[in-house]
Design a protein. Structure first.
Length: 350
């Protein structure tokens, strides 16, 4: 039996940190051994350092671990980062400099030219940025990131369609409240309401989509030359971001071409049978009223994108709806799958 790789979490006491802990339970490759947080939590037992917000209670395997400060040295070589964005830039860099592999969910380094913004099914070749990152920065370690929770569903649906020449995308999101962390949006604001603004989200969605769907060009990614316009809204849903999408293509594919591309899509994680990979990354749903967050977001362990309602768009060419789980495929699950791909590429060998 393969020895499991010891891993740690930077920002383990936060909302996303808890999702990492939950998602890593039972992972056959990674063994969670170290938890890091701020000096407010360091030195305490994990169960005393945070309030557990997820279903099922604090796992026994971490409840008694002592939380450490987020300083390189004591942590395992592979660390997942769920740190507050206000502090992630410097701390993640310090870990990479000291030889750690930092697989980050924070937004801080996503758009840096030499940092992969990775979705294993869509752009695994962007990992080729890592040697240049290490050379240019003099790092023994590395930083690899995953996208924002609203970008992930969009790119998982657009990735299989890139072959048809995407020229314009208009996306409108209906984003779950769990995407705002804890305590998130006040209940008086969100109950029976829609909030048509999420700070910075539209810009992130537009730029991240172009980078993820772009092409590896030596020392950087040449972004996809498509216009992307995002409208981001917070709605009274607990988990699962729903997005309605219109797309224009240069090659004018037929509707069956698009449907076939979505349904047959598989990536490297499926080919290599990575532990957290959903068997089908994109699941097309025929029912006219699906996907729905309450019924579908948790399926496939929250790791697939659910697409439905593909039809002609009279403004662009085609339109559809996509749903993905924002805290699993949009956060912890995405980073764990990134690390599994990196392991399968030999990038975690010391
Ligand atoms: P959070 O609940 O506020 O947790 C922040 C974590 O960072 C805590 O563990 C906190 O430790 C730690 N931290 C704060 N200051 C620190 C310092 N100076 N040194 C070391 N650790 C420090 O935040 P979150 O909602 O989990 O989000 C974490 C990151 O993921 C953010 O970058 C966010 O943008 C991103 N993100 C969040 C979501 C989501 O659904 N919430 C989705 C996608 C991405 P203490 O408990 O000790 O303060």
């Amino acid at each position: 039996m393969q020895t499991r790789i010891e891993v740690g979490i930077l920002g383990a006491t936060g909302m996303v940190g808890q999702h990492f802990i939950k998602f890593l339970q039972g992972n056959p490759w990674f063994d969670l051994k170290w938890l890091g947080a701020s000096d407010r939590s360091a030195g305490k037992k994990y169960k005393d350092a945070m309030t557990w917000h997820l279903a099922g209670g604090t796992p026994d395997s971490v409840a008694g671990l002592t939380v450490d400060e987020c300083k390189p040295g004591n942590a395992p070589r592979l660390v997942f980062s769920a740190m507050d964005a206000g502090v992630a830039t410097e701390i993640e860099r310090a870990f990479a400099q000291a030889g750690h592999v930092v697989v980050s969910n924070s937004r801080n380094h996503r758009m840096e030219q030499d940092v992969p913004l990775l979705v294993p099914e869509i752009n695994p070749d962007h990992l080729k940025l890592v040697p240049g990152q290490q050379r240019a920065r003099g790092w023994k370690g590395q930083i690899v990131t995953n996208p924002n929770c609203s970008t992930i569903g969009l790119v998982m649906a657009l990735g299989p369609l890139k072959q048809f020449g995407i020229t314009k995308v208009i996306v409108t999101t209906m984003q779950a409240i769990s995407g705002a962390g804890y305590p998130g949006v006040p209940s008086m604001d969100i109950m029976g309401n829609v909030i048509p603004f999420i700070g910075g989200e539209e810009e992130k969605m537009e730029m991240e989509t172009q980078k993820i769907l772009g092409d590896f060009a030596g020392d950087r990614i040449a972004p996809l030359a498509a216009k992307v316009s995002a409208h981001c809204n917070r709605v009274a849903v607990v988990d699962g971001h729903t997005e309605t999408v219109s797309v224009e293509f240069s090659s004018k594919p037929s509707e069956p071409d698009l449907r076939q591309a979505l349904e047959s899509f598989r990536g490297l994680p499926q080919e290599r049978n990575l532990p957290s990979a959903p068997p089908r990354p994109v699941i097309y749903m025929d029912a006219a009223n699906r996907p729905q967050p309450r019924k579908d977001a948790e399926r496939e362990r929250g790791m697939a994108a659910f697409v439905g309602r593909l039809r002609v768009c009279h403004a662009l060419d085609y339109k559809f709806v996509v749903l993905s789980h924002n805290t699993i495929r949009g956060a912890a699950g995405a980073a764990v799958l990134n690390a599994e791909l990196m392991h399968s590429e030999g990038m975690l060998d010391s």
